[in-house]
Design a protein around this ligand. Structure first.
Ligand SMILES: CC(C)(COP(=O)(O)OP(=O)(O)OC[C@H]1O[C@@H](n2cnc3c(N)ncnc32)[C@H](O)[C@@H]1OP(=O)(O)O)[C@@H](O)C(=O)NCCC(=O)NCCS
Length: 265
């Protein structure tokens, strides 16, 4: 077995592994990671084929480990740890590293010095979709709200990501959304107060049979819990946000939805 830098052709293979796990991921997201930092994405090779991968994502003051996956047939042979170690090495100059752990991987990450920051609930709504009520954009405003919530300059990632998503905003909030495979996802969704957050969800959501919406929400945001319950969303899963190093003063109470399903905050 050996590790090498991820190649564009590996992405489809790794995406199949991600989908076998039921992840909400698409080729746009994997390619975005890869394009932004090809030197920070690694594949594990065994029997002359790709059997696993990991992606890293770098902001100015923090990094993310995302999409760590190993082919089911090749698990428990050390590939996962080797990939994680390589990803961490790539991010080693940053003071903070985050990841969202599936429950099965929490022990593995704890061994590498990660500690729990927050549970992340995955909420689902069936029978609704999201629709763009208008075409107004204000990138400067939404990036400023995001910066206030995460205490991080995420503008490079978000401006690229928003080329593939729609968003609505008001004075105190914004809500991004997009189609990922066969379902819709909400995120980022950030607000200074509950009314602003609810206003945007009500504006964007419309009835539609056979459609479903997912959003990943920090569990300590009780206002998000109230809104999603009232709007008939249900919790269908849980991950754990973990951190290694310094934990910035993130305003979790203002974060109603992560930017993506688990891979970059
Ligand atoms: C998590 C995952 C990447 C681990 O890959 P792997 O190649 O099996 O990992 P390793 O062989 O390097 O094992 C790493 C450690 O995790 C432990 N581990 C792996 N799978 C486990 C499981 N299902 N339950 C409990 N512990 C597990 C191993 O026992 C090992 O610990 P040890 O060295 O102390 O024995 C792999 O199981 C996977 O792809 N899972 C599905 C996707 C996923 O959950 N990814 C993590 C997203 S946050």
């Amino acid at each position: 077995m050996y590790l090498r830098q991820m190649e564009t052709d590996d992405i489809g293979i790794l995406l199949d592994m991600a989908h076998a796990e039921g992840w909400s991921s698409d080729v746009f997201e994997f390619e975005l990671f890869h394009k932004l930092d090809p030197g920070g994405c690694f594949s594990a090779i065994a029997d002359k084929k790709v059997v696993g991968g990991v992606m890293t994502f770098t902001y100015p003051n923090s990094g993310w480990i995302g999409n760590l996956v190993v082919d089911k047939k090749y698990r428990l042979k050390g590939f996962g740890k080797a990939l994680l170690r390589r990803g961490l090495q790539h991010l080693s100059s940053l003071p903070t590293i985050f990841l969202c752990a599936s429950p099965m991987a929490v022990g593995l990450y704890s061994e590498f010095g990660f500690r729990k920051v927050s549970n992340i609930n995955r909420w689902e709504h069936r029978g609704m979709t999201l629709d763009m009520p208008g075409s107004n954009e204000n990138l400067e405003h939404v990036l400023a709200v995001d910066n206030n919530c995460w205490r991080e300059d995420r503008s490079l990632m978000l401006s690229r990501m928003l080329t593939n998503r729609s968003y609505v905003f008001n004075e105190g909030a914004w809500l991004g959304f997009g189609l990922v495979g066969d379902h819709w996802t909400i995120g980022p969704w950030e607000a200074y107060n509950k009314d602003s957050a609810l206003d945007l969800l009500k504006r964007a959501i419309v009835d539609s049979k056979d459609q479903r919406i997912l959003v990943d929400v920090p569990a300590q945001n009780t206002r998000a819990w109230d809104i999603l319950t009232v709007m008939d969303f249900e919790v269908v899963g849980k991950t754990v946000l973990m951190c290694r190093g310094l934990l910035p003063d993130i305003a979790f109470g203002n974060i109603y939805g992560l930017a993506s399903m688990g891979s970059k905050g």
